[in-house]
Design a protein around this ligand. Structure first.
Ligand code: SAH
Length: 224
């Protein structure tokens, strides 16, 4: 089967299991070529719903996790988004499709900053982002994302794609009122809980446990 057909089949599957629930998340998944973010010998598996190795002991997240997180983030055109854990750069580009769609005026575009602690992966992600055509909408930064990115804060949305011992407080501080933060919390190499933090308009913080997940460990100052 061609990758295009496999992708359409996977989209139907992701809708059936409830990982895709809205048109923008579906279209973003359709538009970003996941194969471009994989090492060459793994490209044929691009549309299997599984994480895959990308080097340095790290993985690109499974499609259902990317879509599910994008749904929970309630992304909107114009949002400023911070991702901690660029990995391949794939997830950041699916977000850029929603916050900065190519067919609207650039002045309305949001932006995605994605942080990666492993230098080789930051280079890999940057290269993938360029190849896939997102260089104006996604900025890859090499550094410890557990401290956030104060230079560009505050953000409308923040997501962490590695498991933290607890919610890193700089990320809560760098969230705008009305903002949403998603972060997997729990021990490395076991199941963790995906936590959704919302900062209400009055600055009040709410915390909700969404579901069990498995992510690679978050490193750095507020990591393991
Ligand atoms: N979102 C990625 C997959 C993330 S895997 C994708 O779309 O492909 C998690 C990544 O987080 C790994 O690449 C790991 O090196 C990185 N990471 C771990 N701790 C980090 C930290 N403190 N700051 C930035 N990146 C970190």
């Amino acid at each position: 089967m061609s990758l295009a057909r496999e992708k359409e089949r996977l989209i139907q599957e992701l809708k059936a299991i409830g990982a895709i629930r809205s048109k923008p998340v579906e279209e973003a998944f359709r538009r970003v070529a996941r194969e471009l973010f994989l090492p060459e010998h793994l490209r044929m598996y691009a549309y299997m719903d599984t994480p895959l190795p990308i080097g340095s002991g790290q993985t690109i997240s499974a499609p259902h996790m990317v879509c599910l997180m994008n749904e929970e983030l309630r992304l909107e055109v114009g949002h400023k988004v911070l991702e901690v854990g660029a990995g391949s750069g794939y997830h950041a580009c699916t977000i850029a499709e929603i916050v900065a769609p190519i067919d609207i005026d650039r002045s309305l575009w949001g932006h995605v900053w994605t942080l990666e602690i492993v230098e080789e992966l930051a280079d890999y992600a940057r290269c993938n982002v360029e190849k896939a055509g997102y260089r104006d909408r996604v900025t890859v930064v090499h550094g410890d994302g557990s401290r956030g990115l104060p230079e560009y804060a505050p953000f409308d949305r923040i997501l962490v794609t590695a498991a933290a011992p607890d919610i890193p407080h700089p990320l809560i501080e760098q969230l705008k009122p009305g903002g949403i933060l998603l972060v997997p919390v729990g021990r490395p190499y076991s199941t963790q809980i995906l936590v959704k933090v919302e900062k209400k308009a009055d600055g009040r913080i709410t915390r909700k446990n969404l579901l069990d997940v498995i992510f690679v460990p978050l490193r750095g100052e507020y990591g393991w």
